[in-house]
Design a protein around this ligand. Structure first.
Ligand SMILES: NC(=O)c1ccc[n+]([C@@H]2O[C@H](COP(=O)([O-])OP(=O)(O)OC[C@H]3O[C@@H](n4cnc5c(N)ncnc54)[C@H](OP(=O)(O)O)[C@@H]3O)[C@@H](O)[C@H]2O)c1
Length: 345
């Protein structure tokens, strides 16, 4: 059994938006790092990224030897996760994966530390990070579920273009600069516009909408939770916003709801709309908490609650959440990092 006082970490997808944010979050983490290596495709192998005032050279993922690492933080898209995560697991390396490929696999826990950290203990080599819009939603829903029991959820997302990675940011900035639509992600411009994610399902839902529905059910352990979603991309660089409508089983007062959220980790309430105090993407950029405001009753429903949730999609929606999973494991069950039953032999 491997055992150590420090961790050997590989970052796969280190040159991307989330990968670079992993590094920023790790710089401020208490995790003791013995070794940190960066990987991406051959396109960016040889380039360098600064970590704690030291230049680290990015290596081609094809040359990785997972036996040299205790943990691999993946943010390289679903194809890379599909191909390389099993290799990591076979070598006894714990994978914390930001991509979508493994999230709904029955042997892979899908974890938001404030909500279902205990699921992480059951991992067999891969722990998945949920989709960015799911993370902020479940952080807000879990205290409501615990105290008042949820009957139904309807969510509409207003997602920053950085959710589509660096190419999303490049598209928006280029379109603002030139006034000409850039033909990536969508044939529609995103500057001064709203786009849907690609609609793929025969039921007329986008992949993003299906992710938020399925992932919320898995994380809350509510297989049959009534939940529907409409997801759009808006011309904001960072910070996903969501308008959420919930119907609960038990009665509540708005004071009780606020109190439950105030007692819950990872949540900040900003709710004085008459004085223009409510969460906005600009307000949350660079932060690690989920911000909730516009808390009000739904006049059309008995036990109906409406609110607005905003979080930094690249930090809490991706990098921060993954590192928090690692930090929690390191604190409460470090043996689950070094030794586990493998889902791939
Ligand atoms: N952006 C968000 O808000 C967000 C939130 C939650 C989850 N995620 C997920 O996190 C992942 C990365 O997102 P991102 O926004 O950081 O994207 P990004 O900016 O496009 O970066 C992608 C990174 O993955 C690397 N990569 C691509 N294909 C690879 C392969 N086959 N093998 C190894 N490395 C590969 C790229 O390397 P090169 O530089 O060499 O091309 C780059 O480092 C995606 O799965 C995404 O769904 C993103």
């Amino acid at each position: 059994m491997k055992k150590s006082e420090t961790l050997r970490i590989a970052i796969v997808g280190a040159t991307g938006l989330v990968g670079r944010t992993f590094l920023k979050v790790l710089e401020n983490s208490f995790i003791p790092i013995a070794k940190l290596d960066l990987f991406a495709t051959s396109r960016s192998a040889g380039t360098s990224i600064v970590f704690k005032n030291k230049e680290l050279i990015v290596q081609d993922i094809k040359n990785i030897n997972f036996a040299n690492y205790d943990v691999a933080l993946f943010s390289a898209g679903k194809d890379a996760s599909k191909e390389f995560a099993p290799l990591a697991v076979k070598n006894g390396t714990l994978v914390i994966d930001n991509g979508s490929y493994w999230r709904m696999h029955p042997q892979v826990p899908l974890v938001v530390p404030e909500v279902n950290f205990e699921d992480a203990f059951k991992h067999k080599g891969i722990i998945a990070n949920p989709n960015c819009s799911t993370i902020q939603l479940v952080v807000a829903l879990k205290p409501i579920e615990n105290k008042f029991k949820i009957r139904k959820v309807e969510v509409s997302t207003y997602q920053a273009i950085s959710g589509a990675g660096q190419k999303g940011i490049n598209k928006l900035l280029k379109e603002i600069e030139t006034g000409v639509p850039v033909d990536t992600l969508s044939k529609h411009p995103i500057a001064y516009n709203i786009n849907f994610h690609t609609i793929q399902s025969k039921f007329g839902f986008s992949e993003e909408e299906i992710k938020i529905i399925n992932e919320t059910r898995k994380i809350l352990h509510r297989k049959n939770l009534k939940i529907s979603a409409t997801c759009v991309r808006i011309p904001v660089l960072v910070g996903h916003s969501e308008a959420v409508s919930v119907i609960t089983k038990n009665e509540f007062s708005l004071e009780e709801v606020e109190e439950v959220w105030r007692q819950s980790p990872g949540i900040i309430i900003v709710d004085d709309p008459q004085n223009e105090e409510y969460p906005t993407p600009k307000m949350v950029e660079g932060t690690d908490s989920v911000h909730i405001g516009r808390i009000r009753r739904n006049p059309a429903e008995k036990n109906g609650l409406m609110f607005w949730v905003v979080a930094d999609n690249v930090r809490k929606g991706a990098a921060t959440n993954a590192i928090q999973i690692l930090e929690h494991l390191w604190k409460v069950a470090p043996e689950r990092i070094f030794s586990f039953q493998k889902m791939f032999k």
